[in-house]
Design a protein around this ligand. Sequence first.
Ligand code: KIV
Length: 266
Amino acid sequence: MENKVTVPRIIEAKSNREKIVAITAYDWAMARLVDAAGVDIVLVGDSVATTSLGYETTLPVTMDAMIHHAGAVSRGVGRALVVADMPFMSYHLDDREGVLNAGRFLKEAGCQAVKLEGGSARAALVEEMISLGIPVMGHLGMTPQSVHVFGGHRQQAREEQAADRLMEDAVALQKAGAFALVLELIPHSLAAEVTRTLHIPTIGIGAGPDCDGQIQVLHDLIGLIPEQQFRHARRYLNGGELIQQAVSQYAEEVRQNRFMRKAAGS
Ligand code: KIV
């Protein structure tokens, strides 16, 4: 994909059989780097709660915190489509509140779309958002905001009935106007079937190679949390170790009074 990535370009990518590359980012500096690397979608994930804010789950992150991070990411991205995650309880109880919160991501943070978790139960809300000019990406399967219902981060839709329900949810979100769908931790064969059935793209994470695109959490990809290694994640860099080594070297040079001499080139 060339030039500025738009929602229609993401949908077109599927018919052109171009794989969609998506990644998360949570701040300006990283957003600039991933954008320069040529990804198509930068998601300001509510995973910011676990990757950057030190929480155990995504549940505690607030709308204000998401707006803060989404604004920073938007300012760092020139080409990719910036999508912001609607946090837990920002759209669950009241559609009007959900629409107002989604609108904040476009109005205050400069994002181009939002993502929310859930299927048919969210279809009316998705339709309302789209009618007001807010593009929506869906998210099905292992939806982390329901981690306590699932009893952990485990593969979903393994049984036939659950798989049928996921397919119905996917079709309902497409009908409501969602422009793409994240499929997280579901059987690869089901992800392939959903991908074949829908005309909007599927973006997989732990959902196999047949999705129209893939999304990864940046911190997993570059190893910023060395002790965390998920089966669905692929590490391309031991970034955590490299950063720690660099800072240790700095500390050593300061303590040996070599730092300023080196910095000054003497
Ligand atoms: O919050 C997040 O990072 C996500 C991706 C894992 C899809 O929702």
